[in-house]
Design a binder for this molecule. Sequence first.
Ligand SMILES: [Zn+2]
Length: 243
Amino acid sequence: MRGFKASSIMRHLLSFSRQVRCRVVIAVVAGVVITATIAVVRACFPVPENYPIPSGSRDGWMAPAPRNWPSTPTMHLRTTGFGIQMSTATAVSDTPFRLMRQREVRVGWPLYAFKWSVNEYSDGIGYHLADESRILHGIRLKANSEDEASQWARIPLVPIYGGVIVDVGIWSAVTYACWTCMMWLRCRMRRQRKRCERCGHLVMPNQLQCTECGTATPVRDVPRHGSAIRGLSCPSSVNRGDG
Ligand SMILES: [Zn+2]
């Protein structure tokens, strides 16, 4: 008895929510696209004039550093802007004289969702990629440019999983909410104009179905004897709607 009840409830929920499930899937896809787009666009346009300010001492490098580097950097610099955090950590070795530098950028909004890191050293003339290092999952946009902005502009490829989950969840929810509101408004406007809620075709007051798509129509003039019950309310027709 209980099993029968549970399965019938489940069946009811599944049949009721087929369009809802479809909309949830599309909203999640939109959430992923929005999250990635914000991160990539923000990473392509770092703020060069907003140069890092000291962030206090920290214990180690932000990302794996080459083995011949000191275990602890001597200085950390960090700046944050809308949807971006740019960090540098540096250490000095005497023989040979080298300034080791690691840079990391985190991007995303409202939480940081992606990052890249790079290990470099300076011989006093300019910075070079460190011997045992490589760009850690960031694609540089202008390979030959030396200016500060393009040095920081890379497409990040390392996900920050907590940030990805939260951002995708938020943007999916926003997409779903906006979509549902738009469908509900459209449905309501069509009802007020005495048009089919599903396809917008004009429906005569005495028609129980849309002649264009067959959708049952609410008959407000006859509130008793079942006509109004037979008609569809806005939310359910939204669920089976064409959105
Ligand atoms: Zn219709």
